[in-house]
Write a protein that binds this ligand. Sequence first.
Ligand code: F6R
Length: 261
Amino acid sequence: MEVVITDSEEEIGVLVADAVEQLLTDRPDAVLGLATGSSPVAIYDELVRRYEVGRVSFARARGFLLDEYVGLPADHPERYRTVIDREIVGRVDFPPGAVQGPDGLAEDPQAAAVAYEQAIHDAGGIDLQILGIGSNGHIAFNEPGSSLASRTRVVALTRQTREDNARFFDGDVDAVPRLCLSQGLGTIMEARHLILVATGEAKAQAVQQLVEGPVSASWPATVMQHHPHATVLLDEAAAARLERLDYYREAYAVKPRWQRL
Ligand code: F6R
C-alpha cells in the first residue's frame, strides 16, 4: 500500500485526476469506480476543469457507484445517483447510461444487488476505484463486522455513519436512511487499482488502522492491505496518527516519477 501525504485537498485532487487522465489516455473505454460524499469532490472538480479545457474525455468511459441509500425517492437531492450526476457525471461527457449505481428503489433490493454485481462483471470489472473512508473505517458502506469477502448486498448503517452523514440531511440523523445497498469488500478488492482519499482529523484513527493496524473486519478498510495496487492519499490532519509518517514521506520523495500512483 502506498501512502502519499499531501499539503491540501486540492493537491489530492490534482494527483488523483492525473491518474484518471492517464488511465483514460491509455484506455478511453476504462471503467471508473466512483465514490460519493465529501472526499472525492476536489477530484471531481479537477476532472471537470480538465474536461472543460479538452485534456480529458469520458465519452467512451463507464462508471459504477459504490453504494446507494435504500428507499430515498428518485428526486431526493441526497440520493447518490443524483449526487454523482451533480458532482461529475452531468458536468462532463459521459454518455447517457454510462454510469450506474445500485437500485435503491428496487422492490427486491437483494436481487438488485446480484444484478449490480453482474453489471460490473459484464463491464469487465473496475479499472480504478476512488474511495473515501468512514470515521469508523468503513469503505463503501461496509460497516465494522462486514465480511472481508462480502459482495454487493443490503447493509444496515451504523449510528455513527448516520450521524456523520446527517450533515447532508439538514443535521437530522433521523432523515438519514437506515439501509443501503453497498458493494462488498470482496467486490471492491477486485478493482484493479484502489485509490482512497481522506482529509481531516476525524479520519485520523481510521487511517491509522487502515495503513498500520491488523487486517480485521472491525476496521473494514484494512482489507486493502491485501490489495496489490492500493494508494492512500491524505492531508496532514488525516495522517497525523501514523507511526511511520516520516518513512511514507521519504518513500514518496524518492519515488521515480515514471512509476506514477
Ligand atoms: C460514499 C461511500 C462512503 C464514503 C465515506 C466517507 O459513496 O462509499 O464510504 O466515502 O463515508 O464520506 P465523506 O467523504 O463524506 O467523509
